[in-house]
Design a protein around this ligand. Structure first.
Ligand code: PLP
Length: 408
């Protein structure tokens, strides 16, 4: 009998955040080792509880959330999302422009399946949140990576992005605040992205899931505020600031020139219909989470001086940059650090193998930079979610490991 093989669409699809490195960590755990996990941006296991009002809204919804909902989502959730964006300066969006999904992840998948034909190109940042590249590839398209400049706080150069546009380019992905770098883009750059998309008639795909996780007075600018001639799709949800990643609650909002995008939106609606609807109880969390009185969801305090997220970011940054040959831009937002290991000091060839060696030696789990489509094998990604004591222990062990590497 023929072997049962995976579809050709999966050729070239990678998602290292949950790949072989995690499998090795799980193997070590089964063998009885305690692993310090600094690999996934999942707030709940690190003791970040959701605001109780949100959990209560889901609990209270259970009796009347037993059936499917409309495919785009329950009206209360779509209205709350639309209202909030209008209040934040995105003109002219209404509930019909909102699609609720099982997290942003599902909406990235549906949007790219609806948009991308074989051979189409989507501009994606390098480094990126790797689901973007994976889903472009799975949809038959080519992810064309535009570089983000580490020397300039990981901000990309718009002129360089423009050079990468070809007749096959359909869209441009903007991840702001960024995973994995933590960069928060200045408003002027966001306006520049919008202008670029408009000039070339590209769909602007704005992943803003970390929009409320901001440090040191950083201000987040919605890309959609600056788009009118082309289509802007804004992605966000409750996994990060509201800390309910496990309930799977996110959305995408279409704004700008929807008339020009009518055919695409029909395709997106078809795909949304085909998967029935998002998890209904979790949709009831959205109006509560976005009501003006809860909108901050306690995240402002966690990110302010003295707040847990802010302290952890500072500790991790201080300890990492104290290691010889390690540099790291200070993240302005999100929950990650993306340090560079100077290749002169640490001549890493295969960063996945390096991270597995590091894991076996230190029992600390981080992710390799190439897992985020960075071209060079000289970065690691850390989550800054563990408590200061755990971060200190983990980075201390890594510092010791790197000392061994330096000493040959
Ligand atoms: N976009 C970015 C930039 C992310 O970092 C993540 C998760 O880490 C997601 C989207 C997916 O989020 P969700 O839990 O809403 O699917």
């Amino acid at each position: 009998m023929q072997p049962i093989t995976q579809s050709h669409r999966l050729r070239g699809v990678r998602y290292d955040v949950r790949g072989p490195i995690l499998q090795e960590a799980e193997r070590l755990e089964r063998a009885g080792h305690r692993i310090l996990k600094l690999n996934i941006g999942n707030p709940a296991p690190f003791g970040f509880d959701a605001p109780p009002e949100i959990v209560e809204a889901i609990r209270a919804a259970l009796p009347h959330a037993q059936g499917y909902s409309a495919s785009q989502g329950i009206p209360e959730a779509r209205e709350a999302v639309a209202r909030r964006y209008v209040e934040e300066g995105i003109a002219d969006v209404g509930p019909d422009d909102v699609f609720i999904g099982n997290g942003v992840s599902e909406m990235i998948s549906l949007v790219l399946q609806a948009l991308v034909s074989p051979g189409d190109e989507i501009l994606v940042p390098a480094p990126d949140y790797p689901l973007w590249t994976a889903q472009v590839t799975l949809s038959g398209g080519d992810a064309v990576h535009y570089p983000c400049d580490e020397a300039n706080g990981w901000v990309p150069d718009l002129a360089r992005i423009e050079e990468l546009i070809t007749p096959r380019t359909r869209g441009i992905v903007l991840i702001n605040p960024n995973n994995p770098t933590g960069a928060v883009y200045p408003a002027e750059l966001v306006r520049g992205f919008a202008a670029l998309a408009e000039r070339h008639g590209l769909v602007l795909l704005a992943d803003e899931i970390y929009e409320r996780i901001l440090y040191d007075g950083a201000v987040h600018e919605h890309a959609a505020k600056h788009v009118s001639e082309t289509l802007c799709l804004t992605f966000s949800g409750l996994s990060k600031a509201q800390r309910i990643a496990g309930f799977r609650s996110g959305w995408v909002v279409a704004s700008g020139n929807r008339a020009r995008a009518a055919d695409f939106l029909e395709g997106l609606t078809l795909l949304a219909n085909m998967r029935m609807c998002a998890n209904v109880p979790a949709q009831y969390a959205i109006p509560v989470a976005l009501a003006p009185e809860w909108r901050d969801s306690g995240i402002g305090e966690l990110c302010a001086p003295g707040g847990r997220l802010r302290e952890q970011r500072d500790t991790a940054h201080r300890l990492l940059t104290a290691i010889p040959g390690v540099s790291c831009a200070l993240p302005g937002g999100a929950m990650y650090l993306f340090p560079k290991l100077d290749p002169e000091v640490y001549p890493i060839v295969d960063d996945q193998a390096f991270v597995i060696d590091l894991l076996r030696a230190t029992r600390v789990l981080v992710t390799n930079g190439r897992g985020f489509n960075l071209p060079t094998p000289d970065h690691l990604r850390f989550v800054s979610l563990p408590e200061v004591g755990v971060l200190s222990e983990a980075i201390g062990r890594i510092a010791e490991f790197l000392e061994g590497v330096r000493n040959g």
